[in-house]
Design a protein around this ligand. Structure first.
Ligand SMILES: Cc1cc2nc3c(=O)[nH]c(=O)nc-3n(C[C@H](O)[C@H](O)[C@H](O)COP(=O)(O)O)c2cc1C
Length: 167
């Protein structure tokens, strides 16, 4: 089994525009035995309440939402280009219909009390500290509403970064 190295958040070389926006990430919650994962390309990394933090956006229609809701911790995982097809699969199919680990060959690995994947080059273990549902009456960007033809506004979760695992 792969041995991840643990580093401090301050040691991270993390370009969110490339890693989240271009490379994409997997948001995963649950246990090694029962979890779900999905691709995401929206998110932020920063500080909240003096803690290193990650913010993710999950629509309530996602199967992953049920897992992020149920479990205190979640992970975000990053992969090299060779896993693009796996991320495309996890971003277009639902865990309600497919075993995503089986279909993609990604190998789940316990990270804290949550789960990540052996193939990732970077994984952040996060503990939920805040959530809020997007309120469209607060949209100040004219273009925002077009992302919600069925009004399934994202739930915003901010998690404290508990651990950072690198190769
Ligand atoms: C590149 C990419 C980025 C995505 N980003 C998000 C996101 O930030 N939030 C979200 O709710 N869904 C996002 N999705 C859609 C989910 O990954 C997709 O609906 C997935 O099939 C949900 O799987 P699930 O039902 O197993 O949770 C994205 C999909 C792709 C391909």
């Amino acid at each position: 089994m792969k041995k991840f190295k643990e580093i401090k958040p301050e040691e991270l070389e993390f370009n969110p525009f490339r890693l989240i926006g271009k490379d994409w990430m997997l948001i995963t919650a649950g246990t090694e035995e029962k979890f779900n994962t999905m691709t995401a390309s929206w998110g932020s990394v920063g500080i909240l309440w003096n803690k290193p933090a990650v913010t993710i956006y999950v629509r309530p229609t996602r199967y992953t939402y049920e897992f992020v809701e149920k479990y205190d911790e979640f992970t975000i995982s990053f992969f090299s280009e060779e896993y693009r097809s796996a991320l495309n699969f996890c971003g277009s199919k639902s865990g309600r219909d497919y075993d995503k680990a089986l279909e993609t060959g990604l190998t789940p690995v316990a990270l804290g009390s949550s789960v990540g994947f052996e193939q990732s080059h970077l994984a952040l273990l996060c503990k939920k500290m805040y959530f809020q549902d997007m309120d469209s009456t607060n949209f100040l960007d004219q273009g925002a509403e077009k992302f919600y033809p069925t009004k399934d506004y994202h739930r915003i979760y901010t998690g404290e970064i508990l651990k950072v695992f690198t190769e």
